[in-house]
Design a protein around this ligand. Structure first.
Ligand SMILES: [Zn+2]
Length: 286
């Protein structure tokens, strides 16, 4: 399976892929552009293509994560900035050979939530207009902190369906957010899987953010914990990891690094969970 972690892009995209390889990752996530800015970036195609090539050679998968402030639900005056960023991000993830560009579903603080959904659809339509690349826009579910949008499969499926080019849009499921938002109880993966299948969410699942949750179920708080150190529980992660929908997609940790400053140990730990069954959460990492 394609288990990995978020890695730094210091030194470029090729370097990010090399870092992933060096820690035993079969998948990685990186920031295509500055995560804390809304400025677009000039693509270093040579570096991006070298990254793509290394990934093919070693059979590893990657995803890019859009800047935090990229909000597809933003109202009209900001739309153009968001669309340009999405186009720029997709250009980079394509050049890097990545599965997709992960974008938070969007926050809308206005009175009418329907306007928020309309904004997202219009933003996605403009961003995918004339786009012919292989990288998907991957909508990530939210924890419910500060906004109630993007917490359910129903919303995400509906938004995708209503877009002009749904075939360019897929989903990234963040396990911490799913637990915080009450989407996933932890113990009910089987039910959630059949629901996600029926609603046509899981057939378009292209990536996983594998995070435990610092806060208890339904907290609506977005604080990631290392796998086994939070409230989700190892056996619940095992049920999720054994899903056939996770077999061929990048599964990326967005958790704190270990004692050596990398995710090497945690990746090995997650891989070990696939080999054994832990019934009582006794097999913790540390
Ligand atoms: Zn995430």
């Amino acid at each position: 399976m394609f288990i990995g972690a978020h890695v730094r892009t210091r030194g470029g995209y090729l370097n990010a892929a090399k870092t992933a390889l060096s820690i035993g990752a079969k998948a990685f996530q990186y920031f295509p552009m500055n995560p804390r800015s809304l400025a677009t970036k000039v693509v270093d195609r040579k570096d991006a293509n070298a990254c793509a090539q290394l990934c093919v050679e070693h059979g590893i998968l990657s995803i890019g994560h859009a800047p935090y402030a990229l909000n597809p639900a933003a109202d009209e005056p900001e739309r153009e900035i968001m669309v340009n960023l999405l186009k720029n991000g997709l250009d980079i993830t394509n050049a890097c050979g990545s599965v997709g560009l992960v974008v938070h579903f969007g926050k809308y603080t206005g009175k009418d939530p329907l306007q928020g959904y309309k904004n997202i659809i219009q933003c996605l339509n403009s961003a995918t207009e004339g786009y012919t690349g292989a990288s998907f826009i991957l909508l990530e579910n939210q924890a419910g902190e500060g906004s109630q949008l993007g917490l359910t499969f129903e919303e995400m499926v509906q938004v995708r369906k209503l877009c002009d080019s749904p075939e360019k849009i897929g989903f990234c499921l963040d396990t911490c957010h799913a637990f915080a938002s009450r989407l996933w109880q932890g113990t009910d993966w089987a039910e959630l899987e059949s629901k996600g299948d029926q609603l046509d969410y899981l057939p378009h699942l292209k990536a996983i953010h594998l995070n435990d949750s610092v806060h208890p179920w339904g907290s609506r708080r977005d604080r990631h914990a290392n796998i086994g150190s939070g409230h989700i529980g190892i056996s619940n992660f095992q049920s999720l990891l054994h899903s056939p929908y996770l077999r061929d997609i990048p599964i990326v940790l967005e958790t704190g690094t270990g004692r050596d400053g990398t995710h090497r140990e945690e990746i090995a730990f997650v891989n070990s969970l696939l080999e054994r069954k832990c019934e009582d959460d006794s097999c913790i990492l540390r």
